[in-house]
Design a protein around this ligand. Structure first.
Ligand code: C2E
Ligand code: MG
Ligand code: MG
Length: 756
């Protein structure tokens, strides 16, 4: 390392405190002879020569400035002034006895407190001083010397030259340290050193600033530093460090740290592991805060990949992103949907209201588009530096401003073709809502073309071309609609979508009805309850079963009003039969989506209050998967239902993945064995074993067991033999309208022949 040339040295300042004028003069003569005014041959000269010997060899010596004081107090004042003027003394010669004032040791203590760097020489003619006591009072010991009077000029000169050089060295070291620290602070550059064997580390002050640690905290377990690393980045830092230690190599990496204020900073780190002379591995790391550079990079990326008007990703982004999404889709065998959205009336609006309004409209469209896709997943802009690259988000939906009034909605993973149709329809609906310009309502409308990977093309170019072609088809079809590139998909999409629209209507009118299937006691054949099963009396399609419309209701959220209808109708039915003198328990089915909806409890409470029925007559059937899915939420919900006094049964038992320990804790009353086990009872020994085990387990847990889908007497006999409590199935009756249920099952007659 080369050292920087220092500016010319200023004179070395020496402080003398001695009560005897002749001695002060002699110091001056020895150290700064040119400044001495004393004429040769004067009385002091003769005395000096006598006392100390003649100074015969004036040597080349550094320029020295001598300040003399008669008393200790003056010496302390001189130090105060020197420090204030920025011209500190390098060396102080302090006589011990300076009557009538304080002594030299007192002065030394004061001076040391003022200036920790000054070199102090205690001078005395007496032998009764205790150097140990003085050393204790005037630390540090390496900046304290003793000089015995009478001294020889050489001793004084030598003291000043060697202590002066030492003082200058220390000053220059300090200056260099300050310079280095300043440079490190400007560069936001810190370093650390680690002993991998002990995990103990040392680090620089600037590293404290970068990592947000207290600045006086410069050593400790390396974990002190690592705990600041962003949890997502910590593994890669560990891997790099372990590898550097293992291979004794250098590695560089970038990671994020979390500052105490919660902000994130980007760090670039070079780390090297070497074997020191003692063959012990040492690890040294240099870190630099590169947050500003990262922010710039992100801004540049933002400019390159995002549209400035709408803040949506742009066409350049799409080109890169689509290639990646398709490669992932190929790898994981996913279906990707590309929706080409073209606004219908944009040009006219632009011409009528001006470009600024046109821009407003495009911004509004982008906001509405975002609301139409899975919100949390949308790749949009973000100005924060920690924003991940748009490329990072592969498994999500993306909206792109493709050009003027064209947008692309990329759905990177669609389970069903219908999902793409649904998003397209949502977009059309969202854009049908007028935008208000200057007291005029403007409707923009959109034509959408949909191409699917892999069916409609397996490269970005082909997909875009085909989505574009489908979009033109939509325009030809009268605008404000969507078209799939593959013709046949259009028919299914519309069928399904029209069913969805019809269902919405059905819930509002009285097309939905409940049928009731009797539950029969296996012991005595009497009807002990009914399961309400929903049916849809479709004006054109006739009777539609729940298997066809419950999934649509779940996907669209219509399950909530549908469930409310079922709940209300079943309660009314219980009430009606109660009024007629029959207390007939009715169970209703609650699906997974409903189960997660908070309104279930309030709906149940309302229905109970409105009808005034006994709560235990209402039974709620949940499927196993619904209960097992989100355990905490379902525990709460079941507890609340139980608190209302309702009965709870676990439907389709055996088809899900129940944990037995969880089952034990659930507040259920009834277990319904799934019909798949019942149907094979006669042919499958396994199924018989399972059913037997389920019944035994349920009874052990004090649960009532219901067998579903019992179609034959033989099945019933086996179930009865194994102690099943209740059966349900076509053997007695399918679900029937309420009138039929009343006439057939409310008369109290036994419905079964039970084999004993
Ligand atoms: P689930 O609750 O397990 O209902 C039993 C299903 O088995 C009913 O079909 C019933 O008609 C049928 N079933 C009854 N006995 C027999 C039999 O002996 N043999 C055969 N093969 N089948 C029999 P359904 O009515 O088509 O209902 C199917 C599923 O739809 C129900 O399964 C239930 O999960 C759901 N569901 C029905 N109504 C509602 C409702 O109001 N809300 C909700 N969320 N889901 C409902
Ligand atoms: Mg059921
Ligand atoms: Mg069932």
């Amino acid at each position: 390392m080369t050292t920087q040339p220092e500016p010319p040295a200023s004179p070395l300042r020496v402080l003398i405190a001695d009560d005897e004028a002749v001695i002060r003069e002699s110091y001056r003569d020895i150290l700064a002879p040119n400044s001495s005014k004393t004429p040769a041959g004067d009385k002091f000269g003769a005395m000096k020569a006598q006392l100390f010997g003649a100074d015969t060899q004036p040597a080349e010596r550094p320029q020295i400035e001598v300040v003399c004081c008669e008393q200790a107090e003056q010496a302390v004042d001189a130090v105060v002034q020197a420090l204030a003027a920025g011209q500190p003394f390098a060396v102080a010669f302090l006589d011990i006895r300076m009557p009538p004032g304080k002594d030299g040791v007192w002065a030394a203590e004061q001076i040391r407190a003022l200036d920790p760097d000054i070199e102090i020489v205690i001078v005395t003619a007496y032998s009764d001083v205790d150097p140990q006591e003085i050393a204790a009072r005037v630390p540090p010991v390496d900046k304290l010397l003793y000089l015995q009077k009478p001294f020889h000029p050489h001793e004084v000169r030598q003291c000043v030259s060697s202590l002066g050089a030492k003082w200058r060295g220390a000053q220059s070291l300090r200056k260099n340290q300050v310079r280095l620290e300043t440079a490190q602070r400007i560069a936001k550059f810190g370093y650390w050193e680690l002993d991998p064997q002990t995990g103990y580390a040392w680090w620089s002050r600037e590293l404290c600033n970068v990592f947000g640690l207290p600045v006086d905290h410069c050593s400790g377990p390396i974990q002190t530093l690592w705990s600041r690393i962003h949890p997502d980045d910590e593994p890669q830092v560990q891997v790099a460090i372990n590898r550097a230690v293992r291979e004794r190599t250098a590695r560089s990496l970038e990671y994020r740290i979390r500052a105490p204020d919660g902000s994130e900073r980007y760090i670039r780190q070079e780390v090297i592991a070497t074997d020191a002379e003692d063959n012990v591995c040492r690890m040294i790391g240099a870190v630099q805060d590169v947050t500003e550079r990262k922010v710039m990079e992100n801004q540049i990326r933002h400019l390159a990949y995002f549209d400035q008007l709408t803040e949506l990703p742009n066409r350049t982004f799409l080109t890169k992103h689509l290639t990646y999404v398709l490669s992932q889709a190929k790898r994981y065998e996913r279906t990707v949907a590309l929706l080409y959205v073209d606004l219908d009336n944009f040009k006219r609006i632009n011409d009528t209201f001006g470009h600024s309004r046109g821009d407003d409209l495009l911004r509004e469209v982008s906001v509405r588009l975002k609301a139409c896709v899975r919100e949390s997943d949308v790749v949009t802009h973000a100005s924060r530096p920690e924003r991940p690259s748009p490329m990072d988000k592969s498994g999500t939906d993306t909206i792109i401003r493709f050009g003027g009034d064209e947008f692309i909605v990329l759905l990177s993973e669609v389970a069903h073709v219908q999902d793409a149709a649904r998003v397209a329809r949502r977009i059309i609906r969202a854009l049908e809502v007028p935008v208000r310009f200057d007291a005029t309502d403007v409707v923009v409308g959109a034509s959408i073309g949909i191409a699917l990977y892999p069916n409609d093309g397996d490269t970005d170019e082909v997909l875009l071309k085909n989505a574009d072609a489908a979009m033109y088809h939509a325009k030809e079809n009268g605008r404000n609609n969507f078209q799939f590139y593959t013709e046949t998909l259009n028919a299914t999409a519309f069928e399904r979508l029209s069913l969805e629209a019809d269902l919405r209507h059905a819930i509002e009118t009285d097309e939905l009805i409940l049928h009731y299937q009797p539950k029969i006691s296996v012991v005595d054949g009497t009807v002990v309850g009914a399961e309400a099963l929903v049916r849809w009396h479709h004006p054109e399609l006739g009777m539609v079963g729940p298997g066809e419309f419950i999934p649509i209701a779940e996907e669209t959220g219509l399950i909530v009003p549908l469930g409310e209808f079922v709940l209300r109708t079943a309660c009314n039915q219980i009430k009606q039969w109660e009024d007629a003198g029959v207390r007939m328990p009715i169970s209703i089915n609650v699906s997974f989506r409903q189960f997660r909806d908070q309104s279930l409890i309030s709906q149940a409470r309302q229905a109970l209050a409105a009808t005034g029925i006994s709560p235990h007559l209402l039974e709620i059937e949940f499927t196993e998967s619904a209960v097992m899915e989100d355990t905490r939420a379902s525990d709460r919900l079941l507890a609340e239902l139980k608190a209302l006094g309702l009965s709870i049964s676990l439907d389709d038992f055996g088809t899900g993945y129940s944990s037995l320990s969880r089952l034990k804790r659930l507040p259920i009353d009834i277990l319904k064995i799934d019909q798949s086990f019942v149907s094979d009872l006669l042919t499958s020994a396994d199924d018989e074993a399972i059913v037997t085990a389920i019944i035994a387990m349920a009874h052990h847990m004090k649960l009532t067991v219901v067998a579903e889908g019992v179609e034959t007497q033989a099945q019933l006999d086996i179930l009865s033999h194994h102690g099943c409590d209740i059966m349900q199935g076509y053997l007695v009756s399918p679900a029937v309208p309420p009138g039929e249920f009343e006439s057939r099952f409310l008369n109290g007659e036994s419905q079964l022949e039970v084999a004993v």
